[in-house]
Design a protein around this ligand. Structure first.
Ligand code: OFO
Length: 169
């Protein structure tokens, strides 16, 4: 049976993963309608990954005697000045997600809930990859600058950046 404090922390994490999925989805629509087809594919796939992160938590909560709360998501921005703004927002968001996961892990230690602590280690590792990927993409965008040819290649190649060391869901 989940301790109340853990059920609450996990439900907050579920809400954040649902928000992540929604945010990536709105970014994907912006990218697709702005001519960045590769970036759009990357973001649609990432939105789906975030949904899986949410579902994995929901199933865990339900299996452990809690009740997963289906989150309501906030609308958030639907347009961006460019790719740099998109990926800066992603890095800021993922940093927030990492802090939230650390909070859940901390709550597990305080409640001596080692089962949930063990379950959360997957998310700890995932966040290292997600933040690393966002930083790597921002580095590549900085190199491309305003060079249209470089941005064309960036858009064409972005799906391969995700495969370099990212395990997905
Ligand atoms: Fe679920 O990893 Fe990003 O937010």
């Amino acid at each position: 049976m989940l301790h109340e404090s853990i059920a609450q922390a996990l439900n907050q994490q579920i809400a954040l993963e649902g928000q992540s999925s929604h945010t990536y989805l709105t970014m994907a629509v912006w990218a697709e309608t702005s001519g960045f087809d590769g970036v759009a594919e990357f973001l649609y796939a990432h939105s789906e990954e975030e949904r899986q992160h949410m579902l994995k938590l929901m199933r865990f909560v339900n299996e452990r005697g809690g009740v997963a709360e289906v989150p309501t998501v906030e609308a958030g921005p639907t347009s961006y000045e460019g790719l740099k703004e998109v990926f800066e927002s992603i890095l800021a968001h993922e940093t927030k997600v990492t802090e939230s996961i650390n909070h859940v892990v901390d709550a597990c230690l305080q409640a001596k809930d080692y089962t949930t602590h063990n379950f959360m280690q997957w998310y700890v590792s995932e966040q290292i990859e997600e933040e690393g990927l966002a930083r790597k993409i921002l580095d590549k965008l900085a190199l491309a600058g305003n060079d249209q040819g470089a941005l064309y290649l960036f858009d064409r190649d972005i799906l391969s950046f995700d495969q370099e060391g990212h395990s997905g869901n």
